[in-house]
Design a protein around this ligand. Structure first.
Ligand code: GDP
Ligand code: IMO
Ligand code: MG
Length: 432
């Protein structure tokens, strides 16, 4: 049975959490394969008249589906304090988190890397990335430099001490001599990390083997990305990206599932565009219209609370996501937010120094200078939140959806018309 990859098509916050949750009880495992608690996925569950909102940072969205095995894969970086806070928060709300499995090869965010993330950003000044300050970049840098701390290291105090001490040999020099900060004490870091070991131990497993056995046994596995295509360290708007592979290729390396197992790639795309942090954003709306979208879409970060930058839909970005990820299905979210906006422009291509670009320019400077070429669609003012089929939509809204589908290179299989699980138009089965 299949492994299904679910990615973000833009700069994040497309509604991946809701989309994963939508796949529901037919999914046997949901694997987080990249990123860490830089992610923020909001899921709204309505039970009768009651509406419950969950914000997940480190845990896979499958944690909210009874019977689904939530897996934190080897490609993730884990802040253990946040992990247990999140588990305790869910337990207090009656969610059973006992099925959670964590890869022993996932890297741990050490306290010095949280500090380094923040001080590096401050040092960069106007050249900062606008990171979430969670220690993500320095932890992935340690992984690549082979001085990282892995989950499995926590269970042998001598090994852990040797690794922390090795990493701090260099990092304390940088913290003290370059950034004028206090040095970290090896024993204090070892004690902090060891403090999590006993509680973590029963959750740790060979997650690659577990997933292979599930797939061989006919189970359905969803590989859920944090961040999104244009934040991918290789394929995004570098250097204004996160430090992991958030695209479909990362699903294999970050989980230990071979490419041949993947049967479909679902990309979640918003009916307009948002971005948090610095970096180029051709369709960004800087004035009242941007503010209008921000308020209508409640576009404030789930993780840092920062206002998200807002702009019109960018079909060039979506087409690029289709190519890089091999998208088989799109989930178009937040169509309801465009209700009452008047005419809706869509960026169909860019102009760079008088030259038309139908594909994303790979040169960073070209992309930073790209100005959108818009096609404008008539808007609608009817409330669409009760629509459950494309035919329920007002004509202009339906035409907008079909026009986007024609531009982005893969079918739109579901459309979000509100934050709730049920507020969705199912066009074709995502788990066919
Ligand atoms: P993620 O990081 O991709 O999981 O997305 P976030 O959770 O950070 O941001 C998406 C926000 O949009 C959340 O607050 C969701 O509850 C909300 N959302 C998702 N789909 C829809 C939709 O179709 N309509 C509306 N109005 N809100 C949605
Ligand atoms: P989800 O999973 C939106 C952005 C940060 C910053 C850049 C690098 O909710 O879509 P980092 O802390 O990762 O080193 O920051 O990436 N960023 C996100 N933006 N949604 C996210 O996650 C993000 N995770 C990181 O704002 O610009
Ligand atoms: Mg988010």
């Amino acid at each position: 049975m299949p492994a299904i990859v679910l990615v973000g098509a833009q700069w994040g916050d497309e509604g991946k959490g809701k989309a994963t949750d939508l796949l529901g009880s037919r999914v046997d495992a949901v694997v987080k394969f990249n990123g860490g608690n830089n992610a923020g996925h909001t899921i709204v569950i309505r039970d009768g008249g009651r509406s419950e909102k969950f914000a997940l940072h480190l845990l896979p969205s499958g944690i909210l589906t009874p019977g689904c095995v939530p897996v934190i894969g080897n490609g993730v970086v884990i802040d253990l304090g946040v992990l247990f806070e999140e588990i305790d928060g869910l337990r207090a709300r009656g969610v059973d988190t006992s099925a959670l499995v964590v890869s022993g090869s996932a890297h741990v965010i050490a306290p010095y890397n949280r500090t380094l993330d923040k001080v590096t950003e401050r040092f960069l000044g106007s050249r900062r990335i606008g990171t979430t300050g969670r220690g993500i970049g320095p932890t992935y840098a340690d992984k690549m430099s082979r001085i990282g701390i892995r989950v499995q290291d926590l269970f042998d105090e001598d090994v852990l001490r040797a690794k922390v001490s090795g990493a701090l040999n260099v990092k304390n020099q940088i913290l003290v001599k370059i950034y004028n900060r206090k040095a970290f004490d090896v024993e204090a870091v070892v004690a902090e990390l060891r403090g999590y070991a006993e509680r973590l131990a029963p959750m740790v497993a060979d997650t690659s083997l577990l997933l292979e056995r599930m797939l061989s046994g006919g189970k359905t596995v969803v590989l859920e990305a944090g961040q999104a295509t244009l934040l991918d360290v290789d394929h995004g708007t570098y250097p204004f990206v996160t430090s992991s592979n958030a695209t479909a290729g990362g699903a294999c390396t970050g989980s230990g599932i071979p490419p041949m197992r993947i049967s479909s790639v679902i990309a979640v795309v918003k009916a307009y565009t948002t971005r948090v942090g610095e970096g180029p954003f051709p369709t960004e709306l800087l004035h009242e219209k941007g503010e209008l979208l921000r308020l209508a879409g409640a576009e404030f970060g789930t993780t840092t609370g920062r206002p998200r930058r807002c702009g019109w839909f960018d079909a060039v970005v979506a087409r690029y996501a289709t190519r890089i990820n091999g998208v088989t299905d799109f989930v178009l979210t937040k169509l309801d937010v465009l209700t009452g906006m008047g005419e809706v422009p869509v960026c169909v291509a860019y102009e760079v120094d008088g030259v038309r670009h139908d594909e994303l320019p790979t040169n960073q400077a070209d992309f930073a200078r790209a100005t959108p070429i818009y096609e404008t669609f008539p808007g609608w003012s009817e409330d669409i939140s009760a629509a459950r089929s494309l035919d329920d939509l007002p004509r202009n809204a339906r035409d907008y959806v079909l026009a986007l589908q024609g531009m982005i290179g893969a079918p739109i299989s579901a459309v979000g018309v509100g934050p709730g699980r049920d507020e969705t138009i199912a066009v074709r089965d995502l788990l066919r």
